[in-house]
Design a protein around this ligand. Structure first.
Ligand SMILES: [Ca+2]
Length: 100
């Protein structure tokens, strides 16, 4: 075990401590359980903006109210304008003025 059949001089460089043989392909979940790997978190966060109203034309200084949520957790909320960060918070709720 651990030796390439065409090159008997080249052996596996490492240790093999667990060998299992199955008569079928394992599912992804079964492989992850064997590797004790936590599946990637795939549910994206959501954000609800309650002010300004959807589609409102705004200028000057406006107040933005937003609430973010996620099934795992929120680190913070950031607002960008033209790919530049305008405001950020480490909270799940944001109620601050932004200059447009
Ligand atoms: Ca998530």
């Amino acid at each position: 075990m651990g030796r390439w059949e065409d090159n008997l001089d080249e052996e596996f460089d490492g240790l093999i401590d667990d060998v299992r043989v199955y008569n079928r392909a394992l599912t992804l979940t079964e492989v992850q359980q064997l590797a004790n790997v936590t599946p990637p978190e795939t549910i994206p966060p959501t954000v609800s903006i309650t002010a300004p109203a959807d589609g409102a034309n705004v200028t000057g200084i406006i107040f933005v109210n937003a609430t973010a949520s996620d099934n795992v957790g929120i680190v913070g909320v950031q607002f960008f304008r033209c790919n530049k960060i305008q405001q950020k918070t480490e909270e799940t709720e944001f109620k601050n003025p932004i200059i447009i």
